[in-house]
Design a protein around this ligand. Sequence first.
Ligand SMILES: Cc1cc2nc3c(=O)[nH]c(=O)nc-3n(C[C@H](O)[C@H](O)[C@H](O)COP(=O)(O)OP(=O)(O)OC[C@H]3O[C@@H](n4cnc5c(N)ncnc54)[C@H](O)[C@@H]3O)c2cc1C
Length: 584
Amino acid sequence: MRKIKKALQKAFPKVELSVGLDDRGILTLYGECASWQQLVDIGHKAARLPGVENVVNELRVAGQRIPQKDYRPLRDAGRSRGLAADVDVLIIGAGITGCGIARELAKYKLDILVVEMSGDVATGATKANNGNIHPGHAEKPGTLKARLNVEGNRLYTRWAEELHFTLQRCGAMGFITSRWLWPALLYGYIKALKNGVEGVQLVGGRRAVELEPGLKRSAIGVKGAMWLPTMALVEPYQVTVALAENAAENGVRFWFNCTAADILTEKGAAVGAVTTKGIVRSRIIINCAGVYADEISAMAGDKSFTIHPRKGVIAILDKARSPAYDCLCDHVTFETVRRTLQKSYTKGGGMCYTPEKNILMGPSASESPDKEDLSTSARELAYAMGRGDETIDYSDVIRYFAGNRPADYSEDFIIGMSPITAGFINVAAIQSPGLAAAPAIAGKVEQIVAAAAEERGEPLERDPGWEPLRLPQPEFRHLSRAEQEALIRKDPRYGRIICRCETITEGEILDALRSPVPPASIDAVKRRTRAGMGRCQGGFCQPRVLELLARERGISWTEVTLKGEGSRILLKSNRPRAEGGADK
Ligand SMILES: Cc1cc2nc3c(=O)[nH]c(=O)nc-3n(C[C@H](O)[C@H](O)[C@H](O)COP(=O)(O)OP(=O)(O)OC[C@H]3O[C@@H](n4cnc5c(N)ncnc54)[C@H](O)[C@@H]3O)c2cc1C
């Protein structure tokens, strides 16, 4: 421990530090430093020291209050509600991780409940990412991230076939612009081989341009490239909705607007959680709480890592303008040298398409003390825009947004049964490539749950009624004219366009509103249908979606929210209410 303290003091001589190291190699840092960035740097440095497995960072920043979530009132409210449910598995968090695990475990005879503090699935990092199903070339060999990324990428094909979401295997290319840079390319190639990336190839400049004509159009003198055919693109919320719907069809329950505020333990084992809807007893608790996963783990008595949110800002461009950028490539392209040399903990930056052909610019990467901070600044936007093609016109940006990567100091995923609290499973620090790794993460957690059941002498039993397939819903915009006409003949509501920018029909919105995990807000409808995702950003369709939501849910217009509790759109009605509750 003395050696660790000495190394840290040498690196940060002006910081007064004290440290504690437990027998698991968890290092706790105490003291005060000068800035948030310095606090993060100390955490990273400490995590790389020999004998340190991970870091709990209790440092303070002089003169700065670090925002903390106050669970006390939530806990008190939950306790006062008494027992609300008794289940086999409780999953905390309905991002891609929680929903993927719920869907995987639904194949067993288990009573599963997912609690989510927001009003819908995919509202954390899962809604604010690039949708890249990375090949796995960029991760440090030997890490859990590297292994689960490569495996997850492969498993996406099956997920897409069973759940009917769009998966585009577009491929990616890391290129160099000078022959002197071949060593950097080779370095990236060897790393990809070590990670087991399928189909990775080194190609010369001419072959690179054949594979990716966009490189020729943009007049970049390509001298060589690493070709990664397994790179794929998805719409992340579409995947998550599909997982949740399939899980729900197989009996998984979802409680939204429900915060887990405490973990209950008895004799060293987790036995349940206090949630804002009451006490939930459960034999297994799976912590998929994103940036809050360290706090949930601490509630279970296992304080073994700290999450430091790393914010990323992404700009999204009007898809109608995508053809104007003929410099844009068919594959995801990036300059290998910049990626190899940049000393950052993110793959962020650059430009890529979404499956619906919007261009995404970014993300940026900045450390932020506030887990709720999703603000965007001109500086961050400029960074996101500037790292792709410099000729992008800002007026083509239809929206920009931020997401927080849930990073820990070891910069790897933390997945496993807690050695302190039996029955409590951490699925934490799922930063990028968490989306790409999601199917493999779900598989790994399935194995952990199965092993725990085996150990208890109650092996998991397959549910013979499990249905892995989710039926596709019509997507009017992707149909041929003849198919559209046939659909309208069957149900004229598919002939009424609600969202003009994205060509989304009333029929599709009603399908979503009647789905197994029905959307409860305007944004939730948007995540399922794309209504409001176009150039006008809901300016035209929002009132019409609001009307449909109110009608289907049997609530008044004024009760409809943009994104859950506290975001009502209309304040009061100035017309008489009609019978049945809905405003006219
Ligand atoms: C800008 C950016 C770009 C990225 N790009 C990519 C990419 O291209 N490819 C890739 O593979 N990965 C990417 N990632 C990473 C990826 O988004 C994440 O790894 C993934 O979404 C993590 O999912 P999750 O379900 O673990 O966390 P989240 O999506 O954050 O979900 C956690 C959920 O837990 C809920 N929760 C928290 N506390 C509680 C509580 N007490 N009670 C109940 N619910 C709670 C939250 O509300 C949230 O919904 C990117 C991330 C960012 C920020």
